[in-house]
Each structure stands twice: as structure tokens, then as C-alpha cells.
Design a protein around this ligand. Structure first.
Ligand SMILES: Nc1ncnc2c1ncn2[C@@H]1O[C@H](COP(=O)(O)OP(=O)(O)OP(=O)(O)O)[C@@H](O)[C@H]1O
Ligand SMILES: [Mg+2]
Length: 367
């Protein structure tokens, strides 16, 4: 397996999970993500990891931006686990998934009778995260009035439960994330600029997978290994052709999409060699990628042609047999034959060339 830079997130202690579970709703604790690793060694990812290790020990608010599936939540968890708060709760809230009229009560809790259906006092997620970290995913979706309450938490470290009259002091670190352009939302009047500046104390921008294609082989191997273990399968290898295919995809859903394609392929895999159904791969390359992809394929084809022609010239046009081009290249005969066809190589040329040479023709006359 390729060498990869990995931050291993420490698993939670079991008593911590129990403490956590009794106090919070089960969906807030993602046990599956507890041992997740950040895989990759590209320069772009190294920059992110160095920011993570710098900011983790501080209590600074972090704003993580980036396209969907680039690992924003993974990075938020890594910051928490490397912080002094790691033994306390990490509470994750997806602001887009909670109905707008319930979000204030979800975050800050409510008092009994504060609205129809509030049959008893309920603690909000800030109280549940006491001493730990709250991760506000899709923070750009917060309604304006909740933005004001959040600003108060960040500035004054206090809030009130919905329907309450008492201020509650809080000691929670806030990590927020968004895949929206918050500057544009400020321009459109849907996001408060003062909240943006307060959240943006320490920005971390996650690179898309397209900007770090060199991480794809390590990610592919990591996910194959992970799903093969989970499914009890023995998968030994992945061909360089498959890796090239993965590296040439645009991956609009980034690592999550790559991960899902690999999980599906491992489920379907019936041999020890990993393969992928090409129809599952995102096909439409982005406009900006078209040129570099076609340059890459042209270069690849030219190199392949050169190698096959050199082997044919050595084997005097023979493809199979112990001294044939397939044996010289260490490739199956059928693969070499199909490449000769697709690359439009005239193997007779090498036979004729050999015959003419053996008849003593001069080199110049046959070229
Ligand atoms: N560098 C990485 N190494 C290994 N797994 C990764 C890496 N980055 C992301 N993942 C995995 O990809 C999936 C998506 O990551 P995550 O949920 O953190 O993305 P996100 O940016 O929060 O996405 P969204 O914007 O859709 O919420 C997760 O299963 C995560 O474990
Ligand atoms: Mg997320």
C-alpha cells in the first residue's frame, strides 16, 4: 500500500460514550466516525493538517469551508480530538436538517410551556456540549434571528432557552462549516456579516478531490481495505488502469462519492482483484478538466504505442510465443492485440521490416 499521512482520531473511551449517550439524542453521536482517519499526503492536504494541529489546542472558533464531501466534518472531529476538550462531548448539528422554527429550541433548549408542544423543559445542544465542542454544519442555513443568538454565544458566552428569562453561561467551542459562499449570502442579506467575522477567526478551506488527485490511490486503497474487512472479503490488488481511471474522474461529490463507488464495487467484487463498473463513475468531466484530461490520455496513448512498437520490433512482429511482444511486455496476449488495434499499430510493418533486414536492405530504404 502507498505511504499515506494519517491522523488517527483517538477512539472515545467507553464510559465517555455512555455518558454521552445518556445525555444526548442518539443521532448526535456518530460512532462510525470515531476511528476515522484522514488519508492523503498531497501538499493541499498537508496544509490543512498543519492548520488543524496549530488550531486544535486553542479554543479559537474555526470556520471550515469547501465543497460537499471534502471532509469538513472529519476535520472538525480531528480538531476536537486533538484539543483539551477531547474527553468531553462533540455535538454535531446539521443546521439545514432542522426545521427553521425549531432550530432555536434545538440549539438553546426551551422551557416548559414556551410554545405549543413544549410539555417539559428540554436542554439544547449547547448545554449538551458543555465543556466540549459543538459542530454547526451548514451554518449558512441558520435563520437571521438564530444568527443573532449565536453571535451572542460567541461574544458573551451566554444564551437563553426559548421561553426562558435567565441567561445561561456556556463554555463550548464552536466549529462551523459550510459549502455555501457566505460572502455572497452576506451580499444577499441572508447572512450577518458580524457573525461571519466572528466565525471566521480561523478559516480552513478544504481542497476538492480534483485539486489533490495524487491522494486518490491512497484513498482507493484505504477504502478497499476498509470495506473488504467489513465484508470479510480478500481483495489483494487494484490495477494501475483502475487507479488511472479513478484519477481521471471529476468527482463532484468528492471523497464521499469515491467512497460510495468503492463500497459498491467491493460488494460486487467476486475475485481477489478489485475492479469497477465504469458506468458508476462520474462521467462528465468539468469544462476546466477537459483539456488536461485529453492531454493526459494523449500522452498515455503515445507512450503505450512507443512501448508496444519497441516490443514488436524486438519480436519481429510476433505477438505471442515465448519471445513475442506480449511476453516482452509481460501483458496478456489479448490485451496486446486489442491495444495494437486501438492504437492503430501495423504489426506487419515489423514483420516486413525484419524480413527486409534479413534480405539485407538498408535501413533508410524501409523507413
Ligand atoms: N482525507 C480523508 N480520508 C479518509 N476519509 C475521508 C477523507 N475525507 C473525507 N473522508 C470521508 O468522506 C466522507 C465525507 O466526509 P465529511 O462528511 O467529513 O464531508 P463534508 O465536507 O462534511 O461533506 P458535506 O458538505 O456533504 O457535509 C466521510 O465518510 C469521511 O469519513
Ligand atoms: Mg458535513
Amino acid at each position: 500500500m502507498a505511504s499515506v499521512a494519517v491522523i488517527m482520531a483517538e477512539p472515545m473511551k467507553s464510559d465517555e460514550i455512555l455518558k454521552h449517550e445518556s445525555a444526548t439524542q442518539p443521532e448526535e453521536i456518530d460512532k462510525g466516525a470515531m476511528c476515522d482517519e484522514i488519508v492523503g499526503s498531497s501538499g493541499a492536504l498537508q496544509k490543512v493538517l498543519s492548520l488543524v494541529s496549530k488550531v486544535a489546542p486553542t479554543d479559537a472558533t474555526v470556520l471550515i469551508t469547501g465543497e460537499t464531501g471534502t471532509g469538513k466534518e472529519l476535520v472538525a472531529r480531528a480538531i476536537h480530538r486533538r484539543s483539551r476538550r477531547s474527553s468531553r462531548a462533540f455535538v454535531s448539528v446539521n443546521c439545514a436538517a432542522i426545521p427553521r422554527d425549531l432550530i432555536a429550541s434545538e440549539l438553546f433548549g426551551h422551557e416548559k410551556g414556551s410554545f405549543t408542544g413544549a410539555l417539559q423543559r428540554r436542554l439544547g445542544r449547547f448545554e449538551l456540549a458543555a465543556g466540549g465542542t459543538i459542530f454547526l454544519d451548514e451554518v449558512g442555513e441558520l435563520p437571521i434571528e438564530t444568527q443573532i443568538a449565536l453571535l451572542r454565544v460567541l461574544q458573551e458566552h451566554e444564551f437563553e432557552r426559548v421561553g426562558g428569562t435567565r441567561s445561561i453561561q456556556t463554555n463550548v467551542r464552536v466549529i462551523a462549516a459550510t459549502n455555501r459562499n457566505l460572502q455572497a449570502a452576506i451580499g444577499a442579506g441572508t447572512f450577518r456579516s458580524d457573525l461571519f467575522y466572528r466565525l471566521n477567526v480561523f478559516p480552513i478551506e478544504m481542497p476538492s478531490l480534483r485539486e489533490r488527485r495524487e491522494d486518490i490511490p491512497s484513498l482507493v486503497e484505504y477504502f478497499i481495505d476498509r470495506y473488504a474487512k467489513k465484508l470479510g472479503k480478500n481483495i489483494r490488488g487494484v490495477s494501475s488502469r483502475t487507479l488511472e481511471l479513478f484519477q481521471s474522474c471529476p468527482w463532484p461529490g468528492n471523497i464521499r462519492e469515491l467512497q460510495n463507488v468503492i463500497e459498491r464495487s467491493v460488494i460486487m467484487c467476486e475475485t481477489q482483484n478489485f475492479s469497477v463498473d465504469e458506468t458508476w463513475l462520474p462521467r462528465q468531466p468539468l469544462a476546466s478538466d477537459c483539456q488536461s484530461q485529453s492531454d493526459f490520455s494523449q500522452k498515455l496513448a503515445a507512450q503505450e504505442k512507443e512501448m508496444i512498437e519497441a516490443a514488436l520490433s524486438e519480436s519481429r512482429g510476433q505477438v505471442f510465443g515465448p519471445s513475442g511482444a506480449a511476453a516482452i511486455l509481460g501483458m496478456p496476449r489479448s490485451t496486446v492485440e486489442s491495444k495494437i488495434r486501438s492504437l492503430k499499430i501495423n504489426k506487419n510493418h515489423f514483420k516486413n521490416f525484419a524480413a527486409r533486414l534479413s534480405r539485407g536492405s538498408c535501413l533508410e530504404s524501409v523507413l
